[in-house]
Design a protein around this ligand. Structure first.
Ligand code: HEM
Length: 399
């Protein structure tokens, strides 16, 4: 397909390692000159301005999630896992969301706060004496994995195996990793969850899985496939995203020592700082939709059936909404950031994420507030527009 009205260039490719290292200059060019951009490398339209990226998910009838939400490099067949709800349109989406939301009430999240704080403390105590750590391996990875495992009701003795599979699954790179390690891990997780679901059917407990097994939508139980999909969705949506937020945050705070010092002295500033960290370097830089009809924006028509990548990460740096957007400012109060999306698919785990980020910040700033990141030895995640680290060596300065 050709898109004659649009310059054919390789200005933006979410799978380009240079773009992944620093996507913000390219976003600026897109917002300024190509707010509706056709990206040949991933066969997709790209929206980059805040107003456009915000409007699209508010119109799920036009911007459908049912054909998948992860961009794929052109010419690559990706065996996408089916994830219920997040890859579903209304009316089914509304039914599923109503059901799963019961597991994420404000009360339930508030009730896990002491456990989240205890896990963060235990993990930090495990490495603080050494004076150095790989943040991803020792805090940013295990914290969300342990919290989700607890929510789902996974026994502690299965945790190590569970974490290994879930890391393989979420870190599988569709471009480089052609070994199938990610899919093999998904198969192992399916098998594990099948046994787990059968057990909870027989003996329900007070955990999210038992609630899902017993729940009915319009008089119907969820199918086995939907139940398994939910388990994987919560893992994929809730594990690595949080890992990446924590890792990105520690890099930003290492580069902004004055902000970090203020945060160490003023814990009441932490909630606002977490929002700014989410805005400034969003773990989910973009997700896709498929058009159900032709759409014209800024004079360019995107035809029905095409995919559109919504660049949340670019919207969050749009000067039209965030003055001096490239400046990290913990006093900003960036209420309109799109790091958790918008509309009916707005992140179900937002409150949990905020809690985990506050817990990690609080414990680190209390126990070892002066850190440096060894950026040369760090390993950036190479998974399309998902932004984060596979490894992040850090060390502490005496204070
Ligand atoms: C949806 C980001 C953590 C569960 C979303 C969406 C975004 C997002 C952008 C919108 C998807 C779309 O519009 O297609 C993030 C970020 C996180 C995070 C940046 C952490 C930094 C979590 C956690 C959980 C979670 C901890 C659960 C344990 C979900 C679910 C959905 C979702 C279930 C789908 C909601 C729906 O389709 O109605 N997330 N998320 N997320 N997130 Fe998160």
């Amino acid at each position: 397909m050709t898109h004659a009205a649009v310059p054919e260039s390789n200005l933006y490719d979410p799978f380009d390692t240079g773009v992944q290292d620093d996507p913000y200059p390219v976003y600026e060019s897109l917002r300024a000159a190509h707010p509706v951009y056709w990206a040949p490398p991933s066969n997709t339209w790209v929206l980059s301005r805040h107003a456009d990226v915000e409007a699209a998910p508010l119109d799920p009838g036009t911007y459908s999630s049912a054909s998948g939400i992860f961009p794929t490099p052109a010419g690559m067949e990706m065996t996408e896992l089916f994830l219920p709800m997040i890859m579903t349109d209304p009316p089914r989406h509304s039914q599923l969301r109503a059901l799963v939301s019961r597991g994420f009430t404000a009360r339930r999240i508030a009730s896990v706060e002491p456990a989240v704080m205890a896990i963060a403390t235990e993990l930090v105590e495990g490495f603080v004496q050494a004076g150095a750590c790989d943040l991803v391996a020792e805090l940013a990875g295990p914290l969300p994995a342990m919290v989700i495992a607890d929510l789902l009701g996974i026994p502690r003795e299965d945790l190590a195996q569970f974490r290994q599979w879930s890391s393989l699954l979420v870190q599988a790179d569709p471009v480089r990793d052609q070994t199938g390690a990610g899919l093999a891990a998904a198969a192992s997780l399916y098998e594990y969850f099948s046994g787990f679901l059968a057990q909870r059917r027989k003996e329900p407990r007070n955990d999210l899985i038992s609630a899902l097994v017993g729940a009915e939508v319009d008089g119907q139980r969820l199918t086995e496939e939907e139940l398994l999909g939910f388990c994987l969705l919560l893992l994929v949506a809730g594990h690595e995203t949080t890992t990446n937020l924590l890792a990105n945050s520690m890099v930003i705070l290492a580069r902004h020592p004055a902000a970090r010092e203020r945060l160490a002295r003023h814990p009441e500033l932490h909630p606002g700082a977490v929002e700014e960290l989410l805005r400034f370097d969003s773990p989910v830089q973009g997700l896709s939709r498929t058009l159900t009809r032709d759409v014209t924006i800024h004079g360019i028509t995107m035809p029905a059936g095409d995919t559109v990548l919504l660049l949340f990460g670019s919207a969050n740096r749009d000067e039209r909404v965030f003055p001096a957007a490239d400046r990290f400012d913990i006093d900003r109060g960036p209420e309109r950031h799109l790091a958790f999306g918008r509309g009916i698919h707005f992140c179900l785990g937002a409150a949990l994420t905020r809690l985990e980020a506050r817990a990690a910040l609080e414990v680190l700033l209390r126990t070892c507030p002066d850190w440096e990141v060894d950026e040369d030895r760090s390993g950036r995640l190479r998974y399309g527009p998902i932004r984060g680290y596979l490894a992040l060596p850090m060390h502490w300065l005496p204070h």
